[in-house]
Design a protein around this ligand. Sequence first.
Ligand SMILES: [Zn+2]
Length: 176
Amino acid sequence: MKTKTQLAAEARQSGRKFFAATCRRHGANSQHYVSAVMCKQCVSEQTKRYYSTPKGKAAAARQTAKRFGNEVDRYVYLMKCEIAGLAYIGSTTMAPSRRRIDNFNKLRSGSHHNPALQAAFDEHGEKSFSFEMLAHFPGQPEETLRQYEQFYLDAGEVRGLRLVNVKRASVAAPQR
Ligand SMILES: [Zn+2]
């Protein structure tokens, strides 16, 4: 019987990135990485464990900062329904046009994460809704954007419309 190292070498020679072998924890025919000679599921579990430790969390934060750091354009947008008298503020690193489409698609399919916004959409329809950019932050750290968003959330309303955001921007997961 061939060892995993032998199987990995064979797979590498034939240009494959994975090979099948028995993993003690995940059974026969488990996919293994040629590069790590390790079962995919084992690696995934190990990664998960790592990112739950303080060291892993710090590393994840650094990676996020790098990825969504100063080179990324950020936008704060406003969705409103004048008829229902409500507004929703979000922030995104997506292109505004894409974010707009994304939001409307979710509302149309009834799967928008904000219940108040969804209810207004269902009741008053798409024509009562508008989407606009409030601010553009070219090359700003995420923190700046959060503070700006928070400013509006603290005010509780935008142009006389009730804000229906439920979470504080500082703790909410970024809407990308
Ligand atoms: Zn395994």
